[in-house]
Design a protein around this ligand. Structure first.
Ligand code: GLV
Length: 324
């Protein structure tokens, strides 16, 4: 633990392109170390630093905190915290500082909603594969005939902040939007509310997932749900990998039960990706599965805003003393 008068020590363990002004702000109040850590180094950091800042590159499990004698604050500029064992953090007196529940602040963080639209268009217009073919020296217009969003039905699973933002952004396409979400504050002026997930899946040309990952949403979209979708339909997942049963998705794509999918997130990422992943293998040889490495929130604008916001929360948490 830092002693009275000593500046708290903060490790920024995923420092790539960390905003320099935010680092400067933090440095006014803390000794800041920007150093890319290995898993082993991160476990040690919980002994050596008062605060540790990560993004989505680590899984913080109880075993990693076994020597967490000094750390009081774990910062992560994300809303989804399924990569952090929150109970273990609490047991070690570590406050987790994140974007979860920061409704007001998040109103202006649009990156993932824009990215959802980008994935929809990239998938339905076959943009990655068309661009790849040009790089290989071919110019084949016919092979890349796509689908329009105009007059289609888009089904949004989850009508919280991101589902609602996506619905708003889609209005310019002049299409029909369905939403499924049991919430009471359902934004009915934007979309047609459907009573069941199956109804949404059966009616949609494009389904986009916007629920947080919890025990109740684990494999929310599995074989039974995919079988409700039209063979001409597309699926977009920018929420969390665990919401989708990946084996069922692979089977649906392989059998032609689904026209295509775009994934920003994968179950067990980033570590699961180091192995020979069946979906990645499928994507290497098919032009109906697009996978990107969880870049939904990763814009310069959103990163800067969120780093600044989290930095202020970290400083307040360090100033507030030990968590109770
Ligand atoms: C990004 O994926 C987030 O959870 O904020």
């Amino acid at each position: 633990m830092s002693t009275a008068g000593e500046r708290p020590r903060l490790l920024i363990a995923e420092p790539e392109s960390f905003d320099s002004e935010v680092a400067a702000l933090l440095s006014q109040h803390a000794e800041v170390v920007l150093r890319k850590a290995t898993v082993h180094e991160l476990a040690r950091a919980f002994e050596e630093f008062d605060a540790v800042w990560i993004r989505l590159g680590f899984r913080i499990e109880a075993s990693m905190l076994s020597k967490a004698t000094r750390c009081r604050v774990l910062a992560c500029p994300a809303t989804g915290l399924d990569h952090i064992d929150l109970i273990a953090c609490q047991a070690h007196g570590i406050r987790v500082v994140s974007l979860k529940g920061e409704v007001e602040f998040l109103r202006n963080v649009r990156a993932t909603a824009e990215h959802t639209i980008a994935l929809m268009l990239a998938l339905t217009r076959k943009i990655p594969w068309a661009a790849g073919s040009v790089l290989k020296g071919t110019w084949n217009r016919d092979r890349f005939r796509g689908r329009e969003l105009h007059e289609k039905t888009i089904g949004l699973v989850g009508m919280g902040r991101l589902g609602s933002l996506v619905a708003k952004m889609l209005t310019g396409f002049e299409l029909h939007t369905l939403g499924f979400d049991p919430r009471v504050d359902f934004p009915g002026h934007l979309v047609e509310r459907v009573e069941t997930l199956d109804m949404l899946l059966a009616r949609s040309d494009v389904v986009s997932i916007h629920v947080s990952y919890e025990r109740t949403t684990h494999h929310l979209i599995g074989a039974a749900q995919l079988s409700q979708m039209r063979p001409t339909a597309f699926l977009i997942n920018t929420s969390r990998g665990g919401v989708l049963d990946e084996a069922a998705l692979l089977a649906a794509l392989g059998s032609g039960a689904l026209a295509g999918a775009a994934l920003d997130v994968m179950e067990g990422e980033p570590h699961a990706m180091l192995d020979d992943h069946p979906l990645v293998r499928y994507a290497c040889t098919h032009d109906n599965l697009l996978i990107v490495p969880h870049i939904g929130g990763n814009t310069w604008e959103s990163t800067r805003k969120t780093e600044l916001f989290i930095a202020r929360k970290v400083l307040a948490a360090l100033a507030a003393g030990p968590a109770t």
